[in-house]
Design a protein around this ligand. Structure first.
Ligand code: TYD
Length: 222
């Protein structure tokens, strides 16, 4: 059985990943390649409990190293329970965030640095790397506006701020944004950077182009 294809989507909060994942999933399904979808943190029973600790504990200070370790605990569970079995079965897996998020948010945002994150990735995730990472990253000002707008919307709808990350300071998002760009520059073969102020349709077109060029038509996924 050929190994499946592992695709991840990355970007700051409010970057439109969720919409794009839905459209990509529909596009793949129309081509007879219904993907396995998941998001991090979450998507397993254990991961959902970890997600609750990570995203709903505004008042509790989680130490940055503990936060990073929880992200990897969630990831280890998702790999064992969902990602690896699906890849072994030859499926396309589309994951909303993966280790690049940890490098950007904990490594960059929380200033733990890349090394500790990449060391943890090697230890916990073994050799598992996405075949393709779609990084949705408009300019910093636009990215920040979107993150703030989304937070305001959620606050208006639910009466409370959604989570710890969206209430972070601008400097935190600036560091995460810069770290994402650093990752894209370091790994151009894996990471496709989708930047600029594009419409939903334009982003979808770029995603489809990257997926069809680099993955779906490759011999590995044939
Ligand atoms: P979520 O509501 O899923 O946001 P989004 O739809 O933008 O992905 O919340 C996930 C949050 O967790 C998001 O703010 C990014 C953060 N995060 C990290 O800080 N490190 C990580 O390793 C991961 C996977 C997520």
């Amino acid at each position: 059985m050929p190994r499946g294809v592992f695709i991840t989507l990355e970007g700051l909060d409010g970057s439109g990943k969720t919409t794009q994942i839905k459209r990509l999933a529909a596009w793949l399904t129309r081509r007879g390649q219904e993907p396995v979808l998941l998001r991090q943190p979450g998507s397993t029973a254990t991961g959902d409990r970890i997600r609750e600790i990570l995203l709903t504990s505004h008042s509790v200070a989680i130490a940055p190293m503990a936060e990073m370790a929880l992200m990897f605990a969630d990831r280890a569970q998702a790999i064992a329970e969902v990602i690896q079995p699906a890849l072994d079965a030859g499926r396309i897996v589309v994951c909303d965030r993966f280790t690049d998020s940890t490098e950007a948010y904990q490594g960059g945002g929380r200033e733990l640095g890349s090394k500790v994150v990449l060391d943890m990735h090697r230890l916990i995730c073994g050799g598992l790397q996405p075949d393709l990472t779609l990084l949705l990253l408009p300019g910093f000002a636009a990215s920040l506006n979107r993150a703030r707008r989304r937070n305001d919307r959620v606050e208006a709808e639910t009466g409370s701020s959604e989570g710890r990350f969206e209430s972070e300071k601008d400097a935190f998002f600036r560091r995460a944004w810069e770290k994402y760009r650093e990752i894209a520059a370091r790994e151009p073969d894996r990471v496709v950077l989708i930047e600029g102020d594009l419409s939903i349709d334009e982003v979808h077109e770029q995603i489809v182009e990257a997926v069809s060029e680099r993955i779906v038509t490759s011999p590995k996924s044939a």
